[in-house]
Design a protein around this ligand. Structure first.
Ligand SMILES: C[S@@+](CC[C@H](N)C(=O)[O-])C[C@H]1O[C@@H](n2cnc3c(N)ncnc32)[C@H](O)[C@@H]1O
Length: 234
């Protein structure tokens, strides 16, 4: 981890053509498999009908719509995103869903939610920040979750990019946000444990290069010594 990264290295703020066609592009990059993959993720998230879910970097709203299908009228989703085009798509897409709201908000700034959510979901967003900002986001998540709530990180797994399968190596060299190389080299369970999370569960996808990491909010200074790691599948 010798290389230093700056905020200017980030490519996670998506605009223009890429924003307007984000869903189509993810379908193309994954050779049409993305819809099947994301439905599997939804199942693995174990959403309960009355969950209040905060979606950080909610993008086009595709995930919010899929999550909303699993909620009753008592459930709720709040999506936060900074991209104007992404927000416009998400609002259009979710306009018929009264329990989904989308707000323009930078997620690394202090959020004022306090113990309001059962789940916080962040999908393909966390890798695109410098570590200092990632930790601010994790702090926001901790505060926003109710005790025992779940932090769900859908993103790259941990691996050494230089030793990965060549298409992944190519993507990390030429396409992906440079900060992703830093993200995949970190021990996220150790980091989250430090921040007061535990009881981890991992679901792997795409040969283990992607994962859904689920972490439970523990009482800080409380149950932290005895968190086990359950590998659900993949
Ligand atoms: C790669 S997309 C992922 C979108 C969505 N989560 C998904 O999985 O389809 C990253 C999203 O994060 C948003 N984003 C980037 N930086 C952000 C920030 N600082 N605060 C809030 N949203 C941000 C972008 O606008 C974009 O919608």
């Amino acid at each position: 981890m010798n290389q230093t990264y700056n905020r200017s290295d980030s490519k996670v703020e998506i605009e223009g053509f890429e924003a307007r066609h984000y869903d189509l592009l993810t379908n193309i990059i994954t050779a049409g498999t993305y819809p099947f993959f994301i439905r599997r993720v939804m199942r693995d998230m174990a959403i309960q009908a009355e969950d209040a879910i905060l979606d950080l970097g909610s993008g086009s709203g595709r995930n919010a719509c899929l999550m909303a299908r699993r909620l009753s009228v008592a459930g709720q989703i709040v999506g936060l995103d900074i991209g104007v085009e992404m927000l416009a798509q998400a609002r259009r897409r979710c306009r018929h869903l009264p329990n989904v709201t989308m707000e323009k908000q930078r997620i690394e700034e202090t959020l004022h939610y306090c113990e309001e959510f059962d789940k916080v979901f962040i999908s393909f967003v966390l890798h695109g920040f410098v570590q200092e900002d990632r930790l601010h986001i994790v702090e926001n998540v901790y505060r926003a979750l109710r005790p025992g709530g779940q932090f769900l990180v859908l993103d790259y797994n941990e691996f050494e990019p230089e030793q990965s399968f060549w298409p992944v190596r190519f993507a990390f060299h030429h396409l992906e946000c440079p900060l992703a190389s830093d993200f995949v080299r970190r021990d996220w369970m150790a980091i989250l444990r430090e921040q007061g999370f535990g009881d981890f569960q991992v679901h792997g996808y795409y040969f283990g290069y992607l994962r859904l990491l689920s972490a439970k909010k523990l009482e800080r200074g409380g149950e932290r010594a005895d968190q086990g790691i359950k590998k659900a599948d993949g």
